[in-house]
Design a protein around this ligand. Structure first.
Ligand SMILES: NC(=O)c1ccc[n+]([C@@H]2O[C@H](COP(=O)([O-])OP(=O)(O)OC[C@H]3O[C@@H](n4cnc5c(N)ncnc54)[C@H](OP(=O)(O)O)[C@@H]3O)[C@@H](O)[C@H]2O)c1
Length: 233
């Protein structure tokens, strides 16, 4: 029953994460969304005014292991049909490996690849076997096969690393039937994507949730875009 489905959306304060929470809630999913500040909390809480599932707000900085452990304990009683790690950053300064500061390069790889995986591992036993999904917000730029230029190279490499780690996660599940997905949302009008991007948040997240609902229960690992098409790794 749709009303009994629970999703954890990590990084639900704005942009695609907030849009995902809204789309899921509208379809009757109950959503636990994480934010880092009061402005994010206000935006997420507002979704509860709309008809649909329940909205619960939690706080998490994905780069803080103690916060991950605390949230995991707080959500001990909840089984999730979907854990979607959406949080991510683009480099603020130089975006190429040769000249970005080492701190900036490290922050991009830790936030976009290492921390999402730590969150996923922490919640692995809270994901429902059978129809449960663990999804990571990757990017079309994370495709090594399609990389033909040097555009945004550190960011692209961090999403390629995320994709590779998602394969390791899927391989480590053994007999547990959980669907693991790296998701390319398209180029979307958010703070990160900018005003000139081709898709609205609503268009992208509607497609993503359609794709998630159709893949639930397959137990497959894939790199998939917002239209449900496979992306080359
Ligand atoms: N927009 C695009 O065209 C596009 C394309 C491909 C992939 N993506 C990916 O989609 C995801 C969402 O991007 P967006 O476009 O919605 O960007 P955005 O508007 O900049 O939102 C980024 C989100 O990540 C959260 N976040 C960042 N660092 C975090 C941390 N350390 N701990 C917890 N949350 C953190 C932010 O929370 P705060 O509000 O607290 O900062 C915010 O919710 C990212 O992974 C991005 O790489 C976006």
């Amino acid at each position: 029953m749709a009303e009994n489905r629970w999703a954890l959306v990590v990084g639900a304060s704005r942009g695609l994460g907030l849009g995902l929470a809204a789309e899921l809630q509208r379809r009757g999913w109950n959503v636990v969304g994480t934010v880092r500040d009061e402005a994010g909390e206000r935006r997420l809480r507002k979704l509860a005014d709309e008809p649909g599932g329940e909205i619960r707000v939690e706080h998490l900085d994905i780069n803080d292991d103690a916060q991950i452990a605390t949230l995991r304990r707080r959500l001990d009683a909840t089984q999730f049909d979907l854990v979607f790690v959406n949080a991510g950053i683009a480099p603020q300064g130089r975006s190429d490996a040769a000249s970005a500061s080492r701190e900036e390069a490290a922050a991009v790889f830790i936030t976009n690849a290492v921390s999402p995986m730590r969150v996923a591992h922490a919640f692995l036993d809270r994901v429902r076997g059978g129809r449960g999904i663990i999804a990571f917000m990757s990017s079309g730029l994370g495709s090594v096969a399609n990389k033909t230029d040097s555009y945004s190279e550190l960011y692209s490499a961090s999403k390629a690393a995320l994709n590779s780690l998602s394969r390791s996660l899927a391989a480590s599940l053994g007999g547990r039937r959980i669907t693991v997905l790296a998701v390319a949302p398209g180029w979307v009008r958010t703070d990160m994507g900018g005003r000139g991007a081709s898709l609205s948040v609503e268009e992208s997240t509607r497609g993503i949730v359609d794709m998630l609902e159709s893949r639930a229960g397959t137990g497959r690992h894939g790199f998939v875009d917002h239209r449900g098409r496979e992306v080359e790794w």
